[in-house]
Design a protein around this ligand. Structure first.
Ligand code: ADP
Ligand code: MG
Length: 535
């Protein structure tokens, strides 16, 4: 296996130690045209705000932008791309934009920013994990607890800190990019109302940034403070995360100077680690003729939070019936299905991607993607920002204004997938989502799903009859018997993540898993055929 470089190992160590939900972002100033042109990061194809670039990087993708691409004049000045004018230097401009409530603070930031020695030609914003070169600044969007730990890590790692300067609401460009670059120190900022609005950051999210030189010491400091101050139960959680992500972390148990007695896990967190529980579910369909088809016969299993689970079984055994029950579209005859510890119907945040083409033909791609957001009354600007991010993740931005009839089958599927992701559901159900597509399109879509899942970690329950697809995508596969469906077997899929669709299919692990599940599945299919012929 390739030796992981320093950036990768620091990034994953910090991610595990703090349980960061978003990817860390690396920002690189590009000081002249040549540097801008030779930078390998793709150019933004649209005019976009600086904070949207950062937001996109926190969910896994990279763009560079120059004066032509950055849509907010405040950011181009703050980032040193446009020389500051008097209005700006006096602080009045920031004040009038409502970013500071005090002229002194506004002036302090403005004059500070004006100290950039060289004019900046453009900027590259990337997930830190994928940065090939070393970026100038690292930005983390996280919760206050995680932010505090990074600041604490900085103090722990390199002695007392100069007083932090970020006093205003002006977030990403001034406080979290230019200031850490100029001061060589860590800084935190509440995110300004503009970025909160355009990027839909959660109320609990704020920003921390540091120059890349300070990053290794911060990560070491965070790990040291964990070792010195966390109880073993917290260290166990961290080690578990590290193991799942195959990260080596030097966490030593039992040496904390401050150790709370381990508390009982509260019921709510216990429920949260489990997203769906299916218990003793029976379902019989009654046909118009009056005859009954017994589809599910006492099905029980659990789905863990953020798990990718796939259901396979002979055709007609009851998989779609089960998925519809789990999504709350129908009710079981007996047994229970709980979602996050409550009834399915109490949990509105579910996504469903079906086999059928369910795009609305009179709406453009973009309008289709934004459908769920409209229903949830998300304001138009925010809707657009979300749909554009998703469309560019699956290369559909150029088709935003096309209608479904103008798209290929694979493109329509991609629209359906990102439409389900747009309103950020906790759980996504997919019923044979790629059926009827050619192999290449299917592989590309699977790759998209893997990337989207890797970036956003949803709970996904998928039905498929394609074993290869089941193994490539899932954490676990459940095999059902012929009708009426019962759980026959369960297989953990230990292929390492992140996975690649094209590569994982050729690994020995994949081939042997495929063989094993295939044998069991064929046995079910044969048993069912026997039943039909002789039963
Ligand atoms: P799978 O998805 O595993 O192929 P389904 O859950 O679609 O299987 O179907 C299981 C059985 O239930 C099939 O025999 C099917 O004909 C029957 N069935 C499914 N839905 C209905 C329905 N709404 N009304 C009557 N029978 C149904
Ligand atoms: Mg089906």
């Amino acid at each position: 296996m390739e030796k992981t470089d320093e950036k990768t190992s620091l990034t994953s160590s910090l991610g595990c130690a703090l349980g960061l939900k978003r990817q860390l972002v690396g920002v690189t100033f590009l000081f002249d045209k040549e540097e801008f042109n030779t930078c390998m990061v793709p150019l933004s194809t649209q005019s976009i705000s600086y904070c949207s670039l950062v937001r996109m990087a926190t969910i896994g993708f990279e763009r560079k932008a120059g004066l032509k691409q950055i849509s907010c004049p405040g950011a181009t000045r703050a980032l040193g791309m446009v020389p500051p004018d008097e209005e700006y230097l006096s602080g009045r401009r920031y004040l009038s934009l409502g970013m500071y409530n005090n002229l002194e603070c506004a002036r302090e930031t403005a004059t500070h920013v004006a100290r950039m020695e060289r004019e900046v030609y453009g900027i590259a914003v990337q997930p830190l994990l994928g940065c090939k070169a070393t970026p100038h600044v690292v930005i983390a969007i996280c919760n206050p607890n995680q932010a505090m730990r990074m600041v604490q890590g900085r103090i722990h790692g390199s002695g007392p800190l100069t007083p932090m300067q970020g006093m205003g609401m002006q977030g990403l460009c001034a406080e979290l990019t230019v200031r850490p670059f100029l001061t060589s120190d860590i800084n935190t900022s509440l995110l300004c109302s503009n970025t909160r609005y355009t990027c839909a950051w959660a109320d609990s999210e704020l920003g921390v940034a540091m120059p890349y030189e300070a990053f290794p010491a911060v990560v070491q400091g965070v790990i040291d403070t964990v070792n010195a101050a966390e109880p073993d139960s917290a260290k166990d959680d961290i080690l578990k995360r590290a193991k799942e992500q195959d990260v080596e972390l030097n966490i030593r148990k039992g040496v904390a100077y401050y150790c709370k007695t381990p508390t009982q896990e509260t019921p709510s967190t216990r429920v949260r680690s489990l997203s769906i529980s299916v218990r003793g579910v029976h379902k019989t369909h009654t046909l118009k003729s009056g005859s009954a088809i017994n589809a599910l016969n006492g099905v029980s299993f659990d789905v863990k939070d953020q798990e990718f689970l796939t259901l396979v079984g002979p055709s007609g055994c009851g998989k779609s019936t089960l998925l519809n029950l789990m999504a709350g579209l129908h009710e079981p005859d007996s047994g229970t299905i709980m979602v996050y510890g409550g009834a399915v119907n109490n949990h509105p945040n579910l996504g469903f991607i079906s086999q059928a083409d369910t795009l609305l033909p009179w709406r453009t791609v973009q309008k289709n993607v934004e459908m769920g957001l409209e229903l949830r009354k998300v304001p138009p600007r925010q809707r657009r920002s979300i749909s554009e991010q998703l469309m560019s993740q699956v290369n559909l931005l150029d088709f935003a204004q096309s209608y479904p009839f103008e798209l290929s089958g694979g493109m329509k599927k991609r629209v359906a997938v990102i439409r389900a992701l747009a309103y950020d559901p906790d759980i996504i159900f997919m019923d044979e989502p790629f059926v009827g597509l050619d192999v290449q399109t299917r592989d590309a879509l699977e790759e998209d799903i893997l990337n989207l899942w890797h970036n956003r970690r949803k709970t996904i329950v998928m039905v498929t009859h394609d074993l290869g697809e089941a193994i490539t995508l899932s954490d676990r596969v459940i095999l059902f018997s012929g009708r009426p469906a019962q759980v026959r077997a369960e297989y953990e899929i230990p292929l390492q993540r992140p996975r690649s669709v094209s590569e994982s299919k050729f690994t020995e692990e994949f081939i042997s898993l495929h063989k094993r599940i295939w044998q069991d599945l064929s046995a079910e299919v044969l048993a069912e055929a026997d039943g039909e012929i002789y039963g």
